[in-house]
Write a protein that binds this ligand. Structure first.
Ligand code: CAA
Length: 258
């Protein structure tokens, strides 16, 4: 499949890669890019040869946010009817794990896109921020919600109210990103992690992602019960029998995704 604003490629080891590709606009997320991104991700999500998805940008920018030029003159009614941000829900709804490999700026919608992924692997030149207040608006794709859950109220307030940016090291310290690497190796390290996840028991991976994400939508007691039912459910899979038998017999498991 060929696209104008992204590059999509199926890589060895079960990884579906999407590279945001509007370098002149620092990968600003316009409507066409978002449509292509969601389409490519959904195709990978449905591809049985793919076990993990990766979204990345270039060395200067993961993404500098929603496309301001596209929104500048929009009215409330146009924003409401176009409802472009509802596309972002498709990313959150993907069944397979999604990793953001972030170099350079991840601002506004760029930071929100990274946070919609399941893990963030950052280069040490990465910068995370929600500068929408400078435009007279607020984050519109989950920034006030996911950021606050990730870094806590005090820091989220400072980022959203006063445009504080986080370095990669700070983002790591505050729990927003999983790992930080030098820019030259961050993509390879992301692929290494993605391939490790893609090689794991597929049904359990899917249920694990769903169970962790349920934290966002449920009270603790409901979440604990949801997790327990999912745990019991996995005992109906061949992978559970294989995984436990392999452990007991001191051999490597062979996952079937069944
Ligand atoms: N939308 C549209 N174009 C953008 C853009 C954006 N979000 N960010 C950068 N660009 C464009 C610039 O207009 C410029 O294009 P031209 O060469 O045609 O003028 C090009 O990308 C390069 O940008 P700069 O010259 O500004 O590069 P810089 O290195 O001097 O600065 C930057 C980099 C600090 C990231 C700066 O570009 C910037 O502040 N960008 C805007 C960041 C922002 O406010 N993001 C939030 C957007 S709103 C949002 O995301 C809402 C939401 O929650 C969904």
């Amino acid at each position: 499949m060929s696209y104008e604003n992204i590059l999509a490629e199926k890589l060895e080891g079960g990884v579906g890669l999407v590279r945001l590709n509007r370098p002149k606009a620092l990968n600003a997320l316009n409507a066409d890019l978002m449509r292509e991104l969601v389409e490519a991700l959904m195709l990978f999500d449905a591809d049985p040869e793919v076990g993990c998805l990766v979204i990345t940008g270039n060395e200067k920018a993961f993404a500098a946010g929603a496309d301001i030029k596209e929104m500048e003159t929009a009215t409330t009614v146009e924003m409401l009817y176009n409802d472009r941000i509802s596309l972002w829900d498709r990313i959150h709804d993907l069944k397979k794990p999604v990793i953001a490999s972030v170099s350079g700026v991840a601002l506004g919608g760029g930071c929100e896109l990274a946070m919609a992924c399941d893990m963030i692997i950052a280069a040490d030149n990465a910068r995370f921020g929600q500068p929408e207040i400078n435009l007279g608006v607020i984050p519109g794709a989950g920034g006030t919600q996911r950021l606050t859950r990730a870094v806590g109220k005090a820091l989220a307030m400072e980022m959203v109210l006063n445009n504080r940016w986080l370095t990669a090291e700070e983002a790591y310290r505050f729990g927003l990103v999983n790992r930080v690497y030098a820019p030259e190796v961050v993509f390879d390290e992301t692929l290494r992690i993605a391939r490790e996840i893609a090689a794991r028991a597929p049904v359990a991976i899917r249920i694990a992602k769903e169970s962790v994400n349920a934290t966002y939508d449920m009270f603790l007691g409901d979440g604990i019960r949801f997790e327990r039912r999912n745990f019991y459910f996995l005992f109906s899979t061949e992978d559970q029998k294989e995984g436990m038998n392999a452990f007991v017999n001191k051999r490597d498991p062979k996952w079937q995704g069944k």
